[in-house]
Design a protein around this ligand. Sequence first.
Ligand SMILES: Cc1cc2nc3c(=O)[nH]c(=O)nc-3n(C[C@H](O)[C@H](O)[C@H](O)COP(=O)(O)OP(=O)(O)OC[C@H]3O[C@@H](n4cnc5c(N)ncnc54)[C@H](O)[C@@H]3O)c2cc1C
Length: 478
Amino acid sequence: MHKHIIIVGGGTAGWSTAAILSTNTDITITILDPSNIPIIGVGESTLPHLHLAHRAMKLPILQTNEWANSVDATIKLGIGFENFYTKNSRWLHPFLDAADIDRITLAKAIRYGYYKNIDNQWDFASKYTWAGSRLKNGFIERTDWFTNYKTAANGGGGAFHINAVKYSALLKTTVKDRPNVRLIDSVVSNIKQNDLGEIESIVLDNGQQVTADLYIDCTGFASILSNAVESPWTSVSDRLFVDQALVVQLPYIKEQLQKTNLTTCTGLSSGWVFNIPLDTRIGTGYIHASRYIDSDNAKLEFKDYLTNRWGYNLEDIDLRLIKFRTGFRPNLWHKNVVSIGLSGFFCEPIESTAIAIANYAVMLLNEYMQAKNIPLQTFKDKFNLEMKEQHNDILDFVTAHYQLTARDDSAFWKDYKNLPLPNNITNLMNEFVNQHRESTLDDNKFHSLIGRKVGMFHLWSYTALFLGNKIIPQNCKA
Ligand SMILES: Cc1cc2nc3c(=O)[nH]c(=O)nc-3n(C[C@H](O)[C@H](O)[C@H](O)COP(=O)(O)OP(=O)(O)OC[C@H]3O[C@@H](n4cnc5c(N)ncnc54)[C@H](O)[C@@H]3O)c2cc1C
């Protein structure tokens, strides 16, 4: 149906899209990746969904540990949240094992009220999940992971921290040599459209004109194709207050403490700091809301944190400011443009969803493209509907990380505390507290309460979130 596809943009989204779609040899792909416009270069924390994308890419290098070595990867077993519920509190969102043993163990522990013997979500997750218990035993090195944890390493649980720049370069090196992929190192200088507003052709700065059956916008926040076809954008800044990041890469100075198999998120006055340990350095940044703190004060607060927490010398720290907007395109596929990556959705980095959801969209697109005898409009509608559900799922879960806070020590946290939860989350929470035996442990009931069939976050993600914010089932109360 779509014989020739043009992908504009060569960041993680662009090259992941090319890697997945080029497995279909009925399609030819042209990717425009201008070497003079840099990629965003953050996005270092991934989810276990990365394994699915790697399988879909069918690149030999991704089937061994060679890829992980070349992107300085460390193993990630979950996400830790510090100072979100209250200052000096923490909770753990562990990845569950793929064999479903964790689910069964957790269901039993909740059903029989074992939580009341612990009354602390971190310790509970450490006792009743594989990832949680493994974290207590110290850092798992990459070689150890691929040698001694083969099931998990081959997609049975766990994810990675990666050097995002090296990762997209790795994909580029391997995908550009596929026979149905053509790489053009050029910037888009003009977009020609027909009477319906669809893209007719793209003019490059070298004078060349290229045309395709379908266009994929992977130009990140620039979103040049999506904007050209006026693909609507729904802002969620009323729910997600953060809109800037101060980021930096630092050497380890207390490696034993800093290098963990966790992405750590630490609440500050007007947002939170991410800490992503790679092989040889840390990626860190202060995600904050400019309506609560200006960049100068955010810099001071972040530097204070880095000095007080870890002992970094302020002189060594050169921060890069990234401004972003949170929201999504209600129709990810609009006219003849599909917006993948930051051009289509961004809800801030808190649960590391951006790379995962971009890959999900491409895998879905790939599936539809291989189906025969289904009208294009039916594809488009189904694709858009499913992606809208996925986006709303992420937004609900991420926003609840703030809304369930008990903090009132700054305007940022106070306003979140007063921001009402959506009905579906309230219903789920009430059910969790009151009806845990009969229903909350049931996936079908969960989907009916949350109001959607698909979503990245399952019942056990909500269980971690609720317990971490002191929302406790009746039978688990001490
Ligand atoms: C602070 C921050 C932290 C993040 N942390 C995480 C995380 O931990 N985990 C996660 O999954 N995600 C994270 N993300 C999101 C992640 O960075 C992106 O989803 C991911 O890098 C994909 O970006 P992209 O490819 O869409 O855009 P980009 O990397 O910006 O790539 C855009 C591409 O478009 C090209 N381009 C731009 N203009 C033109 C033009 N005129 N003509 C031709 N080409 C053009 C550029 O050359 C570039 O190749 C984070 C984002 C931010 C802002």
